[in-house]
Design a protein around this ligand. Structure first.
Ligand SMILES: Cc1cc2nc3c(=O)[nH]c(=O)nc-3n(C[C@H](O)[C@H](O)[C@H](O)COP(=O)(O)OP(=O)(O)OC[C@H]3O[C@@H](n4cnc5c(N)ncnc54)[C@H](O)[C@@H]3O)c2cc1C
Length: 494
């Protein structure tokens, strides 16, 4: 399981490995009621932290893979359902009760009708239904509807041997065998709702713990509001998007600070919907975006944004301590003021890793990214000793997988990679459970073509893939009509 290679022949290798569980040794999962409003403690076989692109990809393929193995075992042994029954339990912890297509956020913040298409409640995704839900939301949210709409698996379940629990909350602690979580602090929207509010608040304050055999950490990264909305439901998401739209409507000069992919798209979308307003895009360097892509691509996206009428300030660094969310922006170098009314800060992002146990964080995190091996298992290496007498120690935590934006790998982070890793991890966990072996390493990343697709000014599509730069590539134009949501659903089979 270790991928360490060394050129120093005097080095000694020490690889610390522990065993993962197989079907025979998996823990007995806790039986839960269909709906719980309190943070209960439970035991599960596979915990997934985060239910977006990578988390849902791993969930969907685990359901299919595991069920296929059970079906196959029955076929070859001729046993009945009851004889081979050993349900595997998967628990998904995610504060949102749906998939938010973050790719469509720049357009959603100015177009509320479009925004409605970019949040897919889990019960609107194919095959994503739950056996149990733990949530502080009002009971009616998850009640079965008269029209047959449901959040739950039905009696003729598609995956009878795979039980899925949805915990609508946030993981607050994680090590290699245990997690702790809190439920959402639900907002009360009734006038006389003081009792409901108190109940929700106390439910949210309580901590539940989850013991697991395997964990998949897929908690991604957050950015400033509204790029990362604070919403946990469709209604809250639309409130967020309405709020951002009316902030823009009420201002004459809007500035976007930071011309990474997000800042570029937000500036372009604001100018397209509000052509009469002044839109600034301010960036501290000569070219953008910062990813290792060709100068041709960078010039093309700048040209697209400029032609659309966005004012671009290059080599301009804003003093964050002297500039706020509203009002003029003050530059660091000269103290000059750039007139502005509303400012969108697209300068920072952080990986959601604060809940890792101190022991894991100190050993496996480098600059906010998590170190993994080619199977995406938590992995570290350390050289001890001096000169010719050194020992290279590699440590792998084989039941702990890390996916998507969190990993410390030389790739341009994308939803595509996140879903790829989800599929790969589902294959590896299935194989560990049934065959006690890993089957699918990452491809050679040095040979993988780098690429990026950006929505520029006037909804132009600027792309680079494997060195080929295009304006309005026909294939990407089609994919970005719905901001890839159709392609994402097809990839997830959801
Ligand atoms: C504006 C914008 C445009 C983009 N455009 C593209 C594009 O065109 N193409 C492309 O391929 N990529 C694009 N990306 C990048 C892409 O969105 C990310 O690479 C992708 O979202 C990573 O997926 P993920 O599953 O790793 O994490 P995320 O999508 O970040 O999801 C993480 C999930 O974990 C949950 N979570 C966080 N903390 C916790 C916790 N403590 N407990 C439980 N759950 C938690 C979050 O609620 C979230 O649902 C874009 C990103 C942005 C911001």
């Amino acid at each position: 399981m270790s991928d360490i290679k060394s050129s120093n022949s005097s080095e000694m290798f020490k690889s610390i490995l522990t065993k993962t569980k197989t079907l025979q040794t998996l823990s007995q999962p806790t039986k839960l009621p269909k709906l719980s409003h309190k943070a209960t403690s439970l035991k599960t076989n596979i915990l997934i932290v985060g239910g977006s692109f990578s988390g849902l990809a791993v969930l969907r393929l685990l359901q299919t893979n595991l069920q296929e193995h059970f079906n196959q075992a029955r076929l070859s042994s001729g046993a009945s359902n009851d004889e081979t029954a050993k349900r595997i339990s998967i628990t998904l912890v995610e504060p949102r009760n749906g998939l938010l297509n973050i790719l469509g956020i720049p357009k959603s913040i100015v177009d509320t009708e479009f925004a409605k298409t970019q949040y897919l409640p889990f019960n609107k995704l194919n095959h994503v239904r739950f056996n149990n839900i733990v949530s502080s939301e009002k009971p009616e949210v998850y009640a079965d509807k008269e029209n047959g709409e449901t959040w739950y698996v039905d009696d003729a379940a598609e995956f009878p041997d795979v039980e899925v629990t949805f915990v609508q909350g946030t993981v607050t602690y994680l090590d290699d065998h245990k997690a702790e979580y809190v439920l959402n602090d639900t907002k009360d929207d009734t006038a006389e709702g003081s009792t409901a509010t108190a109940t929700a608040a106390s439910a949210a304050n309580e901590t539940g713990s989850i013991d697991f055999d395997y964990v998949v950490m897929a908690s991604g990264r957050d950015r400033n509001w509204p790029t990362t909305p604070s919403a946990n439901t469709m209604d809250e998401y639309l409130q967020d998007m309405n709020k951002s739209r009316s902030m823009i409507e009420n201002a004459n000069i809007i500035s976007v600070v930071g011309a990474g992919a997000v800042g570029i798209e937000i500036a372009g979308d604001i100018k397209l919907r509000f052509p009469e307003k002044t839109v600034n895009l301010v960036h501290p360097h000569e070219v953008f975006p910062p990813e290792p892509l060709s100068l041709e691509f960078k010039r093309l996206i700048q040209d697209s944004i400029e032609r659309a009428g966005v004012n671009i300030y290059l080599n301009t660094r804003i003093d964050r301590t002297k500039s706020s969310d509203t009002g003029d922006l003050i530059t660091t170098e000269t103290g000059k003021a750039i007139p502005s009314e509303i400012n969108f800060w697209c300068t920072a992002k952080h990986n959601n890793i604060a809940f890792l146990s101190p022991k894991i964080a100190s050993k496996y995190v480098t600059h906010g990214q998590i170190n993994v091996n080619e199977y995406l298992q938590l992995h570290s290496q350390a050289i001890q000793g001096q000169s010719t007498n050194t020992t290279l120690t590699t440590t792998t935590v084989p039941n702990f997988f890390v996916l998507g934006d969190l990993v410390n790998l030389p790739i341009i982070k994308s939803a595509g990679w996140a879903m790829y890793m989800g599929r790969q991890t589902a294959n590896n966990i299935t194989s560990l459970i049934f065959e006690d072996t890993l089957i699918e390493p990452l491809p050679n990343l040095k040979e993988m073509p780098r690429g990026m697709v950006l929505v520029g000014g006037q909804e132009e599509i600027v792309s680079e893939l494997a060195g080929e730069v295009s304006l309005n590539h026909e294939g990407y134009k089609k994919e970005y009509l719905d901001y890839c949501i159709g392609k994402i659903r097809a990839t997830l089979d959801a």
